[in-house]
Design a protein around this ligand. Structure first.
Ligand SMILES: Cc1cc2nc3c(=O)[nH]c(=O)nc-3n(C[C@H](O)[C@H](O)[C@H](O)COP(=O)(O)O)c2cc1C
Length: 256
């Protein structure tokens, strides 16, 4: 087995390999071209996403895949509810802490500033913000929408597993040149989604995912990230310089 080749990199460079490129190239796309994506591609995305790890391999995910008329029916029902009866619908779970502590609060505020500025919407313009929220329910114009559910009898650990599965879906989509947007907003309308999609009572609607081609392929990521030093602490490493990065892929090392 060959010794892994190490590479010097510039400080802060995020992309060092094909998988790095896919992870760093994914962004929450909110404007899709609408160009169709075939069932075969979506099945392949799910086929690979199912290799997500899960505690004791229980694989606690369930996905409703929508396109065409089926997606349009869901969109129409949710848009109507958003227009007329928004307050009558609440998610079955809390996504955000009601009292966000720092540094999360200021990150959320920064998100709001960057997001609405990019859309030319004043943060005080409630009507324009609501119109933007409504676009969620049209899957932002994407040709394919997923509704992701989990069995409510499972515990919080299984939600970790589900998150890994959803991320795999986003990355596998990116591997096919597709963009995506995970959307917790769908959980609010579980009472509408349940009969429309025949979701059994024990399943809780967790989120939606829009998948398609970004209208602007080079739009890219809008949201910044905290530095590694802000969320990771290191102990016990011999090399303190952090300039050496393993590059050889294990399967290449086996054959060389
Ligand atoms: C579980 C989850 C739910 C989300 N829900 C929504 C949503 O309902 N609507 C939306 O526009 N974006 C939603 N997002 C996208 C986030 O706003 C986005 O991931 C974040 O701002 C970081 O931006 P990036 O993904 O482009 O890097 C969600 C993201 C995650 C992971």
């Amino acid at each position: 087995m060959s010794v892994p080749e190490a590479a010097m990199i510039g400080e802060g460079a995020a992309v060092q390999s094909g998988i790095d490129e896919i992870i760093a190239g994914r962004f929450a796309c909110r404007d899709f071209s609408g160009a169709p994506v075939g069932r075969g591609t979506i099945e392949q995305i799910l086929r690979v996403a199912r290799f997500a790890p899960s505690g004791a391999n229980i694989q606690p995910w369930h996905v409703y895949v929508l396109a065409g008329d089926a997606k349009d029916r869901v969109s129409a029902a949710l848009r109507e509810a958003h227009e007329t009866a928004r307050e009558a619908h609440v998610s079955e779970y809390s996504y955000y802490a009601s009292d966000l502590p720092e540094p999360y609060l200021q990150r959320r505020q920064q998100f709001g500033r960057l997001f609405y500025r990019s859309l030319g919407i004043a943060q005080t313009d409630i009507e324009a913000r609501s119109a933007q929220t409504a676009k969620n329910y049209a899957f932002f114009g994407a040709p394919v929408g997923l509704i992701v559910t989990i069995d409510r009898r499972l515990e919080v650990g299984s939600w970790l597993d589900l998150g890994m599965f959803v991320q795999n879906v986003l990355l596998a989509a990116a591997g096919h040149g597709l963009q995506s947007c995970p959307q917790e907003t769908f959980s609010r309308y579980h009472r509408i989604l349940r009969p429309l999609l025949s979701i059994p009572a024990e399943q809780m609607v967790v989120c939606g995912v829009s998948i398609g081609r970004a209208r602007d392929q080079i739009a890219g990521r809008l949201m910044p990230r905290a530095d590694v030093a802000d969320f990771a602490s290191f102990a016990g490493f011999e090399d303190q310089s952090a300039t050496q990065i393993e590059r050889t892929r294990p399967w290449e090392a086996e054959t060389s």
